[in-house]
Design a protein around this ligand. Structure first.
Ligand SMILES: [Zn+2]
Length: 251
């Protein structure tokens, strides 16, 4: 499968054609052949909002926009979910009808000398509270960024009916497929086409998709290059008359 927007849209159409219904983490048990679409936003919220728009442009089996869940980090150095610019992207994703979940990076926390499982459970609940405050609505699903065995092997549950997408239900009862590191480890199109799985749980990272085909190296180079312009724009907001000290074309 190519990492273009149209390939992704074709995958969704194939999922629907093969009799799966797009479900979320709350309603999947009421659906006969559920397919949960999950997206982790690891680096770029603008890319995620563009992806969300294209995803919602596809009608589901009832003619409604396809809906999925976008998981947002609050501890990333790549983006600040509370900045006006990034929040605008998150609100855009919400307006298309998608859900926002917390993407939790346990490596943010020092678990030495602690009962790690209990401590991390509290950290997740704290971050759910912070993101809910930022968004002005209750966040009720969590996915893990680079999870260790603590999350992979123990079926941790959270207070307040917050759903753990790494709970055993989502791995035991669903066929899980992911495009991590811009690589599908299995042929996702073939698996969907075969209908041999009763339930699907598909993780895609919007960062890897674009209008035209691009190599992984191209995507990363472009993103790194844009970081320079982004930082210059931030400095312009902060330092009066920046241009007189350092020109835009000098960085
Ligand atoms: Zn992640």
């Amino acid at each position: 499968m190519e990492f273009t927007y149209s390939s992704y849209q074709n995958l969704i159409r194939r999922i629907l054609r093969r009799g799966y219904q797009i479900a979320d983490y709350h309603n999947y048990s009421q659906v006969k052949r559920p397919c949960i679409l999950r997206h982790d936003v690891d680096m770029d919220m603008h890319k995620a909002a563009d992806f969300a728009e294209r995803e919602a442009a596809i009608p589901d089996e009832n003619g409604q926009p396809v809906r999925s869940t976008y998981f947002v980090l609050i501890s990333s150095d790549f983006y600040n979910p509370y900045s006006a610019d990034v929040m605008k992207c998150i609100k855009r994703i919400r307006r298309y009808g998608h859900e926002i979940g917390l993407h939790f990076d346990e490596k943010r926390y020092d678990t030495r000398n602690t009962a790690a499982k209990e401590y991390l459970r509290e950290c997740v609940e704290k971050e759910v509270g912070i993101l809910s405050e930022m968004l002005g609505e209750q966040v009720s699903v969590v996915s893990m960024h680079r999870p260790s065995d603590i999350f992979l092997k123990s079926d941790i549950s959270f207070r307040g009916r917050v759903i753990n997408s790494y709970g055993t239900a989502f791995f035991r009862n669903f066929k899980y497929m992911s495009d991590s590191r811009m690589l599908w480890r299995e042929n996702v199109e073939e698996i969907v086409e075969s209908r041999r799985e009763g339930a699907l749980h598909i993780l895609t990272h919007p960062f890897w998709y674009s209008e035209a085909r691009e190599s992984m190296q191209d995507k990363l180079r472009k993103f790194a290059g844009a970081g320079n312009d982004f930082r210059y724009a931030c400095m312009e907001e902060t330092i009066r008359d920046l241009e007189s000290v350092l020109g835009r074309d000098e960085v």
